[in-house]
Unconditional design. Structure first.
Length: 441
């Protein structure tokens, strides 16, 4: 019987496979909660927060202000990546994962209690900004742990793209839940959605946090990190060490995310601004379309991860980046017809180019870094992109719309993101089907 060395002795192949399944479930559940928590704000910001916290502003200006607070959560992600990357490479993946889930979930729960402008004036926006910063820190440490807990339990080299695509799958799944809950409580609360209806989805997040903690307590530390402990090769300052030893990889993985992360938040968040203010589409139509798009992503994300195991991580990623650059123009051409059915289809299709990159992305980034620096390096590369891509994207798109009045200006921005990604991805190493348990950089 095949065995694997582990901290509790020797695991049989059946026990190892059981741990792999638990690790994948734990990582996926965590990223579902993370995505729900973070993307819930994306859904509510253009619908509620512009009016609730900035009632005296012009609608577009108020949306920009609400997205400004939204961007704060992205700025704090690299801070969390550095902080929890340090502990993830020092004390282990499991403990760090539990901590980040608590931080993210409790801060999301707190958003539901923030009073609006009419209650405490500008202090409501200030409190919301602080809570968003804390939430972003938690998410900054969450992704690296969720990815590595799956990646480092993978038994063979041949399926890492598929295995790590499941924590990525948590992203669209969380967005689906966020849209579903907003849609339900929007219907239930009706005209009172701005008063109390929007708060309940944030409060409900605490239920998922309890479930996530329970699942994560049942997993074991990864064999890769356990081996590092046994060999006494744990770095004292992994963040500083990875910046010193692998700075190029951090920068390349950061810019490689431009075409995946920036356009995604245009398709998932800016669509509500564009659809309601320009196309005069109904909010429920857009919410329903995004929900269906996330359901499609539930198939296309792991499929892209699987294909990357066959044709290579970089090749799959580059195909997605090229598709993204072209699709932006098709997308706005379809939206501008103002035909509800075509708008619906455009929103659904918009997630597919993203999924072509998002599926293999976790493996592509994590495989680049040495095991003892992997949590810190992959987290930094992944989340530094938030400052340049995800955070500013809805703001840039809204500003371009206000300046030009045309969605095609936003399509040009999407094309720019794709070009940056292509240029950054080409020099990346490709470790598809290669051993990553030992030092390789």
């Amino acid at each position: 019987m095949t065995t694997t060395e582990f901290d509790t002795g020797v695991l049989s192949e059946a026990d190892h496979n059981r741990q792999l399944r638990r690790a994948v479930v734990a990582g996926t559940v965590g990223t579902i909660i993370e995505a729900y928590d973070f993307l819930l704000y994306v859904q509510v910001a253009p619908l509620v927060f512009a009016k609730l916290f900035f009632p005296s502003s012009d609608p577009l200006v108020g949306t920009l202000q609400a997205f400004g607070i939204y961007a704060v959560g992205f700025v704090s992600r690299p801070v969390g990546a550095a902080l929890f990357g340090h502990y993830g490479d020092r004390i282990g993946r499991k403990v760090t994962l539990i901590t980040t889930l608590l931080l993210t979930g409790l801060s999301t729960f707190a958003v539901g209690f923030v009073p609006g402008y009419n209650q405490i004036g500008i202090w409501g926006a200030v409190i919301l900004t602080v809570v968003r910063f804390i939430q972003g820190m938690g998410i900054g440490g969450e992704w690296g742990g969720a990815t590595l807990i799956s990646l480092e339990w993978a038994r063979t080299n041949a399926h890492r793209g598929f295995i790590t695509s499941w924590p990525q799958w948590g992203g669209p799944a969380g967005l689906f839940l966020a849209n579903l809950v907003v849609l339900i409580f929007s219907a239930i609360s009706g005209d009172k959605f701005l008063v109390w209806g929007w708060r309940i989805p944030f409060w409900l997040s605490i239920i998922m946090v309890v479930i996530g903690i329970y699942i994560r307590l049942g997993i074991l530390e990864t064999p890769v990190f356990t081996r590092l402990l046994e060999q006494k090769r744990v770095e004292r300052a992994p963040v500083l060490e990875v910046i010193k030893r692998q700075p190029k990889l951090i920068l390349l993985t950061m810019f490689a995310r431009m075409a995946e992360q920036g356009p995604f938040y245009i398709y998932a968040a800016f669509i509500f601004t564009y659809g309601i203010t320009v196309l005069h589409s109904s909010r429920n139509l857009l919410l329903a379309a995004v929900m269906v798009a996330t359901a499609v992503s539930g198939i296309t994300t792991p499929l892209a991860g699987h294909i990357s195991d066959r044709i290579g991580r970089k090749r799959m990623y580059l195909i997605g980046a090229v598709t993204m650059g072209i699709f932006g123009f098709v997308y706005f051409a379809m939206l501008n017809t103002a035909v509800p059915g075509i708008i619906f289809i455009a929103v659904i299709l918009s997630f597919i180019p993203h999924d072509m990159m998002y599926g293999p992305q976790a493996a592509l980034i994590a495989e680049c870094f040495s095991p003892r620096l992997r949590y810190s390096g992959s987290s930094l590369g992944f989340h530094l992109a938030s400052i340049f891509a995800g955070g500013p994207a809805p703001i840039i798109a809204t500003a371009l719309l206000a300046w030009t009045g045309s969605g095609y200006a936003v399509a040009c921005y999407i094309l720019f993101c794709a070009i940056v990604t292509i240029c950054a991805t080409i020099p990346l190493p490709d470790y598809t089907n290669r051993d990553i348990s030992q030092e390789h950089a």
